[in-house]
Design a protein. Structure first.
Length: 111
């Protein structure tokens, strides 16, 4: 695969508030269309996932397996880790993450 056609990995962090990341999501997207090809997520219920070296290694290994040659990562927690329509009803605030209700971002779209 030519590097101009190689997919891009996007890495986002989600959490119950702006200070604690409990979910890391890697999406592999087509470079030209932006279409999500595959997605994988990791969660932590005990600690901030940003400090879990084993999860970061798994994410890096996954990115390599998918032949992504570029990684784009946000520098902050992107929003609630729960999935609208799966974890709570569509159109309602997440009942598990009250910190996002006063200043919400778009809900996480991953599982």
């Amino acid at each position: 695969m030519n590097s101009q056609d190689a997919p891009v990995a996007t890495v986002l962090l989600y959490g119950p508030d702006r200070h604690t990341a409990s979910k890391l999501v890697v999406r592999i997207v087509e470079r030209h269309s932006g279409k999500v090809m595959v997605e994988r997520s990791w969660t932590s219920t005990t600690a901030d996932i940003r400090f879990d070296q084993a999860i970061y290694q798994q994410a890096l290994d996954y990115i390599k397996e998918q032949n992504a040659e570029q990684v784009v990562m946000s520098d902050r927690i992107s929003g609630c880790p729960h999935v609208e329509g799966t974890d709570y009803p569509v159109g309602h605030p997440c009942p598990y993450c009250p910190a996002w209700q006063d200043n919400p971002l778009p809900p996480a779209r991953s599982s």
